[in-house]
Design a protein around this ligand. Structure first.
Ligand code: GDP
Length: 298
């Protein structure tokens, strides 16, 4: 599958190459390091990761002559060093079952599709999965999730449009407990425009869950759209505060030149990255392999 990943990250890689190619690569002095740092920032890696990579390059090679190839390899190594600590697979370990996975994110980020992909992925590992349509704010969201549930052959708990999401989550956990489901994946509303309401809604879900199982929710996964570039970072900031995010899945890394934002997110927030989305079909959720991604980007 790495072909697809390479295809997906090509634009990000091209962008970084283009930005790095203006670096005069004779000698790694302050001026050259400035150019490298600028190139990294222009490639969406963010000021913090760019400064860290610059410092590492300076520490290891200051004053040395470096070819373009060597520069790229050195940058790839530093990107990998940033990504490795956050590459954390999503393990199904909850006891008692089900493991309750809340999925949050703004509308359009790829939340619904990611829930389906994640469900499919877990099923392939022989886990029983159930979905819960907790985004009752949008009728279309309930309908979409139903279609995906049917496609992956997973039971789904739904309620009326405008209904109480915490009631759906309650039903979901009860049902999942009854039939021995391993993972309950819960869609939630992505209304960042109204932070207060969203916060109250999530707090209520947590309260209801807590009564059924003090450990739940086990995961709160924020879905981020890579094409939003630096905007994705401010979403992490807000959702961390509103929802207590435990991990990230970044989508739409296929075909965007802004994949560098993955590195910025890793450096700035250190949250686990569980997987990445590289397309619209069920098989397009990939494990997050930091070394591979670093090599593809740089
Ligand atoms: P939601 O509003 O956050 O639930 O977003 P959806 O799951 O409905 O996705 C919005 C659009 O993004 C749909 O057209 C999806 O097919 C598309 N999408 C989701 N994930 C990816 C991805 O990884 N790559 C690409 N290219 N498109 C994606």
């Amino acid at each position: 599958w790495s072909d697809k990943l390479f295809g997906g990250f090509r634009k990000t890689s091209d962008r970084l190459s283009e930005n790095l190619s203006v670096v005069s690569t004779a000698k790694l002095d302050d001026a050259t390091l400035d150019d490298v740092e600028d190139a990294l920032i222009m490639s969406d890696l963010g000021p913090s990761a760019a400064a860290r990579i610059r410092a590492k390059l300076a520490e290891k090679r200051f004053g040395l002559t470096i070819t373009e190839r060597e520069l790229k390899e050195a940058v790839a190594e530093e990107i990998a060093a940033i990504l490795r600590p956050v590459a954390v697979p999503l393990d199904i370990v909850a006891f008692p079952r089900p493991q309750v996975i809340l999925v949050i994110g703004v509308n359009g980020s790829g939340k619904t599709t990611t829930i389906a992909k994640l469900g499919h992925w877990l099923q392939e590992d022989d886990y029983e999965v159930m979905l819960a349509a907790g985004d009752t704010f949008r009728a279309a969201a309930i309908g979409q999730l139903k279609i995906w549930a049917e496609r992956i052959g997973a039971p789904i708990i739904t309620g009326p449009e405008g209904g109480d999401p915490s009631a759906i989550v309650f039903d979901g956990v009860k049902k999942a407990t009854e039939i021995g489901t391993d993972a309950l994946i819960v869609d939630t509303a992505g209304r960042l425009q109204n932070k207060r309401e969203l916060m109250d809604e999530l707090a209520k879900i947590r309260k209801v869950l807590g009564r059924l199982n003090p450990e739940a929710p086990h995961d709160v996964i924020l879905v981020l759209d890579a094409t939003n570039g630096q905007n994705a970072l401010s979403q992490i900031e807000i959702f961390k505060e509103v929802a207590g995010v435990t991990g990230l899945i970044m989508t739409k890394l296929d075909g965007t030149a802004r994949g560098g934002v993955l590195v910025a997110a890793a450096e700035q927030y250190g949250l686990p990255i569980h997987a990445i989305g590289v397309g619209e079909t069920l098989d397009d959720l990939r494990p997050f392999d930091p070394d591979l991604v670093a090599r593809v980007i740089a």
